[in-house]
Write a protein that binds this ligand. Structure first.
Ligand SMILES: C[S@@+](CC[C@H](N)C(=O)[O-])C[C@H]1O[C@@H](n2cnc3c(N)ncnc32)[C@H](O)[C@@H]1O
Length: 201
């Protein structure tokens, strides 16, 4: 149901957001939690080697089909974002779109991203986050459990941008936007690029 659920949101802004953020992708690129492959059409030619990691078998089978249908070559692996099968400092770009809300241990995943990124590497992200508005944040807290059951583990109230900074990433371009056509509790978005803070990598 993932693609039908997002169908409208993708058409009223989601696709444009993916495209804008992925413009910066370059070199060896690893996408975590690649889902059904909605980012695939947006990777620019500056990406030299694309690896799509997706641990969920049903998502992965859709992803395999999307890669076969598409024009870009990519390798699909089943690795969870907590344990990426790459050496330290070996990846130029990590991509995470709507994944850091779902993983059980975001701190572990962010540590893993920091580990695999080259010193001049980058994390490109689009994530829905905890609302800055106290009123909406309270609703996110109230509805967190039912939403998590409905949306297969997604936490609508996670302060993902703060977790990125705490993991040693500097967020250098960040757009705060709205995930249009989605329920209000998952509308607040951050999208942009982060690099390793001085002292990391
Ligand atoms: C909301 S979907 C986002 C899919 C895709 N990134 C997109 O932008 O459409 C969340 C994805 O994260 C994946 N996921 C869940 N836990 C994960 C983990 N520990 N490591 C990597 N991916 C995970 C899910 O299987 C799912 O494909």
């Amino acid at each position: 149901m993932y693609d039908p659920f997002l169908w409208v949101a993708e058409r009223v802004g989601g696709r444009d957001l993916r495209s804008t953020v992925l413009t910066c992708a370059r070199g060896r690129t690893v996408e975590i939690g690649a889902g059904t492959g909605l980012n695939l059409p947006h990777y620019p030619d500056t990406v030299e080697d694309l690896v799509l990691a997706e641990p969920d078998p049903s998502m992965r089978s859709r992803l395999d089909k999307a890669v076969k249908r598409g024009s870009r070559s990519a390798r699909v692996v089943s690795a969870p974002a907590e344990r990426l099968p790459f050496d330290d400092a070996s990846v130029d770009t990590v991509v995470s779109t709507f994944v850091l809300c779902t993983v059980d241990e975001p701190e572990t995943v962010l540590r893993e991203i920091v580990r695999v990124l080259r010193p001049d590497g980058q994390l490109l992200f689009v994530e829905h986050v905890r609302a800055e508005s106290p009123l909406l944040a309270r609703w996110q807290d109230r509805l967190a459990q039912p939403w998590r059951r409905f949306a297969r583990g997604c936490r609508c109230n996670r302060a993902t941008a703060h977790l990125m900074a705490a993991a040693g990433l500097t967020l250098d371009t960040v757009d705060k936007g709205s995930w249009r056509a989605m329920p209000p509790i998952v509308r607040p978005l951050v999208a942009g690029r982060a690099h390793l803070a001085v002292g990391h990598g």
